[in-house]
Design a protein around this ligand. Sequence first.
Ligand SMILES: *Cc1c(COP(=O)(O)O)cnc(C)c1O
Length: 473
Amino acid sequence: MSTTHLPATTGQQLRRRSWAEPWKIKMVEPLTITTPEHRRSALEEAGYNTFLLRSEDVYIDLLTDSGTNAMSDRQWAALMLGDEAYAGSRNFYEFEDAIRETYGFTHVVPTHQGRGAEHLLSQCAIRPGQFVPGNMYFTTTRDHEERAGGIFVDVIIDEAHDPESLHPFKGNVDLQKLAEVIGRRGGSEVAFLSLAATVNMAGGQPVSITNLREVRDLCQRHGVPIYLDATRLVENALFIQEREPGYADRTIASIVREFCSLVDGAWMSAKKDALVNIGGWLAVNDEQLFEEIRNLVIVFEGLHTYGGLAGRDMAAVAVGVRESVQEEHIRARVGQVRYLGELLDGAGVPLVHPVGGHGIFLDAKRFYPHLPQDAFPAQTLAAELYLDSGIRSMERGIVSAGRDPKTGDHRRPRLELTRLTIPRRVYTQAHMDVVAEAVEAVYAAAGSARGLRMTHEPRYLRFFQARFEPLEA
Ligand SMILES: *Cc1c(COP(=O)(O)O)cnc(C)c1O
């Protein structure tokens, strides 16, 4: 049915509201509206880092789409059916079934969230000194890979680093770059390809099935396994349905299955696509690797039938995973993100194109052309947006990139972005209008921004806890 999916450009469709939510609201949570003075002192107290704000001081919270989802009535009902047995909870088997059916892998291990799975996979599948190529990086993923002794190498296509490139699949792997990594010391010195779909740090950009097939051929020739970060694979599947020839009439569920059939295993932060507040998993097909993971999970997360989760949480994941691949759900989810993107485009605000699946990534370099990267433009933009309207966003630039473990210098990523991440099923279209108005106001005042200085720098994943001060005029 050709009427069941959106074209890549959605202007007309949006006016017809074809992405309208396939649900209605049953319960509401009041929001706090604060004064400019209140926000000024809250931000100072938080060291100009939006991660250190109290949520009570935030009006519209676009820090992250992680664990901020609104659950459905079915999910809440499932919580009441939690089987809190230490071993063999009924909810584990529901969880395992939902993941096997939706993603197609044989063996499933629950983890408390995505990074728990990254830890286990890295410890079991990386030997110190091995390369771990990835299509760009994710903060916690790379950290765990490096902790296990892996050497991360970025093999994403160049277009991903260009916020203005309109490539439809900016998450794709550059085959040349991957071949070079394999060529350096041969396939046995590559632990695995760490493939993310969609690519969070590039702006929620998708990977095409065509690219994955080519990548898989190359990897198979050299005996390199592919492990997939499936955290936002459902959003990736929507882009494949809309943009990849031959997929327009396929269901989201079948695209997700096909994608997973081309990789050796996957992990997920269920706090994103899977519509819950906590949870994750790691799934592989290889029996021996599974045995190792199933053993190690006990040390770090918990027994292999709960992996750090309450029975009720596994029950909510089982329902959420199934809801996440419903066509109407995913179209409304990405439709809302695009709606905000179109408002900002209309106002001439610089942002990453094409708009990705989970948020709007403002291009802080073009927003503040007068600020050098060492004055933390994206961090500055997040601070200014909070001061203006109490909207919380997140830095995805030089602070998030951290320091090079060898040289000790800042990594200076080409992308210096401020992310407005949209939680699933939480905010309304009117909230998106308010966000657009706030971004426009901050853009109009961009010339007066002075930038920030870092006053406290934690050793690991510094963006979470770093503190800043405004630079003097
Ligand atoms: C959030 C995220 C993770 C880590 O998951 P947590 O549940 O936060 O531990 C890994 N990969 C991607 C792409 C993510 O967005």
